[in-house]
Design a protein around this ligand. Structure first.
Ligand SMILES: [Fe+2]
Ligand SMILES: [Fe+2]
Length: 166
């Protein structure tokens, strides 16, 4: 049960999915597109590395969002509302710990990618790409803060009430 004036787990995660997850799904492909556009102009070794690193981060973020939306968030909502728990094929506590590491890791990896892009010769595309990555990082900071300080502790509390399997 939630106390009066306390935002429910469902309200919190619904807002995160609507604002931050949809933001990432919209903006990450745009970063990839900009990176592709630059590759056609410049064929440098450091840039190939930046492209590879970004592709890795994007995959990690997309898998992370999927696990939150498929398992973590629905389980928290079900525990909060007392409804039937969704089928879950992963160890949620283990995944939650891993997700906290990914929250830091993805932001740091994006900083590394930007550092690599900085080394490219000046161009409009470079400016656009750096600005886009900065936009993603700024939103990610807000998103991660909401999850680390709100969603995760609340999930752990709710998880303690989880009925044991027979
Ligand atoms: Fe998230
Ligand atoms: Fe997350």
């Amino acid at each position: 049960m939630t106390e009066l004036n306390e935002t429910s787990f469902k309200e919190t995660v619904d807002e995160i999915v609507a604002n931050h997850h949809s933001f990432l799904r919209r903006e990450l492909p745009k970063v990839t597109e900009l990176m592709e556009a630059i590759t056609h102009d410049i064929d440098g070794e450091p840039f190939a590395e930046a492209k590879q690193l970004f592709a890795k981060v994007r995959n990690k973020i997309e898998a992370h969002l999927k696990d939150e939306e498929s398992f973590l968030f629905p389980t928290g909502i079900a525990l909060e509302t007392g409804s039937q728990l969704p089928e879950c094929e992963i160890d949620l506590l283990e995944r939650l710990a891993e997700m906290e590491k990914e929250h830091d890791g993805c932001g740091n990896a994006l900083t590394t990618v930007s550092g690599m892009i900085e080394k490219l010769p000046e161009s409009d595309l470079k400016v656009q790409l750096l600005a886009k990555i900065k936009l993603v990082q700024n939103d990610l900071d807000v998103h991660v803060e909401k999850e680390n300080s709100g969603v995760h502790p609340r999930f752990l509390e709710l998880f303690k009430t989880k009925p044991q399997k027979q």
